[in-house]
Each structure stands twice: as structure tokens, then as C-alpha cells.
Design a protein around this ligand. Sequence first.
Ligand code: PLP
Length: 401
Amino acid sequence: MEGFEMIYLDNASTTKMFDECVDIHKEFSCNRFFNPSALSGSSLEVSKLIADAEKYFLHRLGARVGNVLFTGCATESNNLAIKGSVRSGDWEYVFSAGEHPSVYNVAKKLELDGYVVHFVPLQKNGQIDVKALEKVLNEKTRLISVMHVNNETGAINDLKKISDLKMKYCPRALLHVDGVQGFMKIPFVLSDTAVDLYSFSGHKFHAPKGIAGLYVKNKNSLKELFNGGGQQYLLRSGTENVSGIMQMKKAVELINEKENFEKVKKLKENFNDALISMGAVKLTENELLTLHDFVGNHENFSGIIINDFHGSPYIENLIFSGVKGETMLHALDSAGVIVGLGSACSSKKAGNRVLEQIGIDKETIISSVRVSFNAYMTTEEIQNAVKIIAECYADIKRRVQ
Ligand code: PLP
């Protein structure tokens, strides 16, 4: 990507918009700016384009039936999916303990309001513990909400396995998936699963901020959150963000998620190999995850530890032993590399619920940084980023000791 000087390794937080979206924005804001619900021929044309976009999204999701609602952000999609599924009566609601705040905090609120809510723990590899999930599912389960890819660790949940459990124990339940870190990144086909609701967000795949979607298999399973003109199937009122929808469609047209997956896998391998050649160590699948144990087991190792959780190639964690992640983040920022500290939404808060949940100790979490890639980075950028990371770390350690 041109026109940006920094090396950007915080793509799980947001991505740089494709240049191609700018022309589309202008076209649908200054030229074909019509309200899709009005009755002029121009409005009807725009309305038809939204219907075409919806079909295109269904196709790219791999859905055979259902609809897509266009929303303002995935936080809205997740709220609509969960609150819109709630029914009075003797129902139970099931969430993974590793969900993004836009799901987790809704679940907490349901619990506070007196609903029966189960939080299913995560395994050490960051995936939901399916054995524990199996134990809580029953004929009273109304909703299961499990994310596709974890935004902090990159762990990928097995949606087929979760679907099988739903069909076995509670076929009437709705299965909602927060697909924000999965859509356009991890190749998958929705119709291979029993997913009923799937959220995604444009700004995570090079479309603008302020446009997102919610796949809904059966419109009758959901209730609207806001009363209004009922523009989208009486489930999401408000004039559609036409320009946003068309820009998000353009971004999807430009992405080949299978090719990108392979590209990013290679970029990450490159990144890790370069870090290892500079003395970093990569955790193996069965490795203890606490820094204390790790250092003890590796003869007082003092360096960079790579923890990639064997999930999405787009995300991994680096542990800088002896140095705070936040200190590294600011040093790297000054040196031209942007990284993240877990979820951007929660990074201003102390601690990290998801990393704690999978058994990583506080000391390790404090020393962690999240790096996340995109498919349009060059190998040169990756190599330069590694050099800068190694130099910054060595520099800080020299000053601290
Ligand atoms: N879900 C996940 C997994 C995310 O990573 C994010 C954003 O960080 C969201 C939901 C919220 O997305 P949005 O910014 O579109 O509200």
C-alpha cells in the first residue's frame, strides 16, 4: 500500500482502506446520492444496487439461504444478533468466555437482567472448550454465540464441530458467530455449518469505517432493536449507508481470501523466521504459557517469545521478557512500526480478560504485544519491521539494565 510511511502491524484493529473505495464514495455521495426508500427512478436504481450487493454478500459468505442486514458497525450487528434473539420464557444463553466486548458485555448485561447465561471457558490454545460447551447445551438453549477468530490470539474456532453440537443438543437454538476477524480472511463456506447469524465489519477488510453487516438465516428468528421506518426487512431501521455498502462490496470484490490466506501465512513465516534468526524463540503447541515457567525451562531465557496460537495467520502475540508491552509499543511507534496491545477497544483498560482466560499469567500479559498482518504488505516491510523490533527491544533492555 502506498502513501503511508509507517510499517503497520495492527491490522486486527483496523485496516487501510482500498484506494478504489474513494471513487465509489464520491459516486454514491455526490452523484447517485438518492435515498433508496424514495420513489423516483433514481432512488429505485439505488435500491436495486443494494439488493444486488446483498446477493453478492450472501454469495461470498457461501450462504444458500437468508439475508444480509447492513449496519453501522459489528458492535451493532452483534447487539442486534443477541438482543434480537432474546425471548421471554425459560431460555438459556451460551457464550464463549473469549468474546469481544461487543458480545461479552451484552452477555454480562443479560445476566444482570436475570437471564440464564453460561460462559464457556477457553482451552489453552485459545479455542472454546467444546467439551465444556457440550455440557451446557440443552433443549432450553435459545442462543449460542461463539466468535469465528479471536481478535487477541487469532485462535480459530471449529464452527463445524460447534454446529454439530447445536444440531445434537438444541436444534432450535440460534447459532451466532462474530465473524469480524474471519470474514475475508479465513476461507470458509457458511452453508457447511448450522450458523444462523454471522457478523462482519468493513473496516477490518479495507472498506471504510461505519459500515458492517449481519447475515440472518431466518428473518423471523430476530426482533428489531430500534423502531423506525423498517427499511431493512423491518429488522434494521434507518436510511441505508448506500456509499458504505457499495464501498464494502468493492472491497470484497477486490479480495481473494484464499490467495490472501496463503500470502499472509508466508508473510508470518517470514516474520517469525527473521525474528528467530535474531534470537527469538517460538512456543511449541504444548509449551507452558507463563513467562515464569518458560524462562525457567529455557535456562533463564531473556528475549522475544513468539506465541502464535496456531490459528489465523493474520494475528500473533509477541512476549518481550523483562519489558512492558506498552513500553515496546511506544518505542516502536517512534521508530516507525505500529503494533497493538490486544483489542483496540479494550487496550486502554488494565489486564486482558482473554489472555487471562487461557491461563497466561499477568507478568506475561504485561510484556505482550499483538502484531497483525494484511495481505498487501511486502517482504521488505516485514524484514524491516523485524529489524526495528529487535533493535528497539535491545535498546530498551540496555537502558533498563
Ligand atoms: N468483534 C471482533 C472480534 C472485533 O475484533 C471487533 C473490533 O475490534 C468487533 C467485534 C467490533 O467491530 P466494530 O469496530 O465494527 O464495531
